[in-house]
Design a protein around this ligand. Structure first.
Ligand code: DX5
Ligand code: ZN
Length: 223
C-alpha cells in the first residue's frame, strides 16, 4: 500500500476570534488542504465557541480549503444541515453526543458532505465498528474536548494505530483525523501511528508566528 502522507489541519480555536478571516487566509496561503473548526455548545463540552455563521462567513476566505466542522455539541443532528448549508465540507459528530450515530452520519451524507465520527479519549473504538461503511473520517481525540493547549494523551497513539487497522480492514477510504495536544515534538509519532489528518490549534495560533509554526510542523511531518 502506498505510504500515506499525513496532512496538517490547523484549528481556529486558538486563533484571535476578532481576526478569523486573517487566520483562515493564513492557512490557505500556507498551501494546506484542511482547516478545522471547533464548534462547542457549552453542554457537550464546557466551552462555547461559534455556530454555522462562522463557517459561512469564512467560506470565501477559505478558498479551496476543506473546512472540517468538528461538532462538539449535544444532539448534533439539530445542526448538521445548517453546517452543510454554511459550506462545511466535512461535518464530524461525536459518538457520545447522540444515540443515533448511524442516522446522524446518514444525514451528513444526504446533505452532500463527508461524514466524520469522533470518539473522546475514554470511548472505545468499538462504537465505530458499525459505521465504518458510512464514515469518511474517524476523529480520535487525544485530549478531552473543550479547550486548546492541553497535553497530548500518550495512550492515544495505540488507539490511532487500532483505528488505522479498523479503517484499512473496512475496505473503504476512511481517513483518520487526530485532534488535541499535537506539537512539533510529537507530530511525527502521530503520523507514524497512522493519522491522515492531524489537527494543531495552539501549536499554530498560539505561536508568535503562526505561518512559521505551520512550516515547522510541516517539516516535522515530512522528516
Ligand atoms: C479540543 C478541540 C481541538 C483543539 C486542539 O476540544 O477539538 O481541535 O482545538 O487544540 P490544541 O492543538 O491546542 O490541543
Ligand atoms: Zn477539534
Amino acid at each position: 500500500m502506498a505510504k500515506r502522507k499525513a496532512e496538517l489541519a490547523p484549528s481556529l480555536l486558538s486563533a484571535d476570534f476578532g481576526l478569523m478571516a486573517e487566520a483562515t487566509k493564513l492557512v490557505r496561503d500556507a498551501g494546506l488542504t484542511y482547516v478545522h473548526f471547533d464548534v462547542m455548545d457549552g453542554e457537550f463540552v464546557p466551552n462555547i465557541t461559534f455556530g454555522p455563521k462562522m463557517v459561512a462567513d469564512l467560506r470565501d476566505d477559505a478558498g479551496d480549503l476543506v473546512m472540517i466542522a468538528h461538532l462538539m455539541v449535544a444532539k448534533p443532528e439539530r445542526y448538521v444541515d445548517d453546517f452543510a448549508a454554511a459550506g462545511a465540507d466535512v461535518v464530524t459528530v461525536h459518538a457520545e453526543a447522540t444515540p443515533h450515530l448511524h442516522r446522524a452520519l446518514q444525514q451528513i451524507k444526504a446533505a452532500g458532505k463527508r461524514a466524520g465520527a469522533a470518539v473522546n479519549p475514554a470511548t472505545p473504538l468499538g462504537v465505530l465498528e458499525d459505521v465504518l461503511g458510512l464514515a469518511d473520517f474517524i476523529l480520535i481525540m487525544t485530549v478531552n474536548p473543550g479547550f486548546g493547549g492541553q497535553a497530548f494523551i500518550e495512550g492515544g497513539l495505540a488507539k490511532i494505530a487500532r483505528a488505522r487497522e479498523m479503517a484499512d480492514a473496512s475496505g473503504r477510504e476512511v481517513l483518520i483525523e487526530v485532534d488535541g495536544g499535537v506539537k512539533s515534538d510529537n507530530i511525527r509519532r502521530v503520523a507514524d501511528a497512522g493519522a491522515d489528518v492531524i489537527v494543531a490549534g495552539s501549536a499554530v495560533f498560539g505561536a508568535p508566528d503562526p505561518a512559521a509554526a505551520i512550516t515547522e510542523l510541516q517539516s516535522a511531518l515530512d522528516s
